[in-house]
Design a binder for this molecule. Structure first.
Ligand code: ADP
Ligand code: MG
Length: 261
């Protein structure tokens, strides 16, 4: 089994989307991620990127339905999993660093306590061991002083530190696939660069497979091997990043390239 993840013909719809009836959010999306590879998913706002990530975690918003397709992770079809099976897979198999770390973290709980809680929800280990795992995940995410970060609240951290803490939360249960949703969008250019370096480091040291979701082709160019370009829920281009940069096939990709300058 070479591919860690295979998505085949995935469709998601909004059944009650006003007077117009059902609306398609993702339509027949197919792609694969091989082990240790980085895939970029790029598209404008509202193109369905976050929905795609959530679908891979079994976390679609309640107003949406999976209208078709298969998600095969590590040889296992996920779309028919029970809620308990999804819970077991989430975090430990596939995990997601969410788009807005500020709202993804509980504001009244320390970062360390939240990561520890995530670990305890998945593994039968002591709370001391879970705390060690939280510190280890913070260290893996490039935080030099994990004890200080663990004791902090989300609002006390800079955007870059908060993004690293979000990544640590996603890594704490040792997933094989990390989905990072817009990991750099609210950061200054220097901090963006450091976060992108972190992904390369995690890939090297852990053999982690990574899906980076972004509206910024520059992020894809710097980190990913392959790319999926989404426009209004439809894949308009996919393949090797180098090929897309040098000879984009879709008009939409050309527009994104021009936007990047
Ligand atoms: N909870 C929700 N309820 C209704 N519509 C939603 C919800 N979340 C997203 N959508 C709609 O689904 C489409 C895709 O959204 P999203 O996946 O967030 O796009 P992206 O992450 O690419 O910006 C958009 O049209 C958005 O308005
Ligand atoms: Mg999004």
């Amino acid at each position: 089994m070479n591919n860690l993840l295979e998505v085949q013909g995935l469709s998601v719809s909004l059944p009650q989307s006003g007077v117009a009836g059902a609306r398609s959010v993702l339509s027949n999306v197919s792609f694969a991620v091989s082990r240790g590879a980085v895939l970029g998913i790029v598209g404008g706002s509202g193109s369905g990127k976050t929905t795609l990530g959530l679908a891979l975690l079994g976390l679609l918003p309640s107003v949406m339905v999976l209208a078709g397709g298969q998600v095969i992770f590590d040889g296992r079809e996920l779309t028919k999993l029970s809620p308990e099976e999804w819970r077991a897979l989430r975090g430990a198999g596939i995990s997601m660093a969410f788009q807005e770390p500020m709202s993804a973290f509980d504001p009244v709980m320390t970062i360390g306590a939240q990561i520890q809680e995530t670990v305890l929800a998945h593994e039968k280990i002591s709370s001391a061991a879970a705390r060690e795992r939280a510190l280890e995940a913070l260290r893996l995410s490039g935080l030099a002083d994990p004890v200080r970060i663990a004791a902090a609240y989300a609002f006390e951290l800079s955007g870059g530190l908060r993004q690293r803490a979000m990544i640590a939360q996603a890594l704490a249960c040792r997933p094989a696939l990390l989905i990072a949703d817009e990991p750099t969008s609210s950061l200054d250019v220097n901090t963006q660069e450091k976060i992108l370096e972190l992904f390369q480091e995690l890939r090297r040291s852990l053999g982690l497979s990574i899906i980076i979701i972004t509206h910024d082709l520059g992020v894809v160019r710097r980190t990913a091997d392959e790319v999926v370009v989404l426009c209004r829920g439809v894949v308009v281009e996919q393949g090797k990043v180098a090929q897309m940069m040098s000879a984009p096939r879709a008009d939409y990709t050309r527009l994104l390239l021009e936007a990047e300058g």
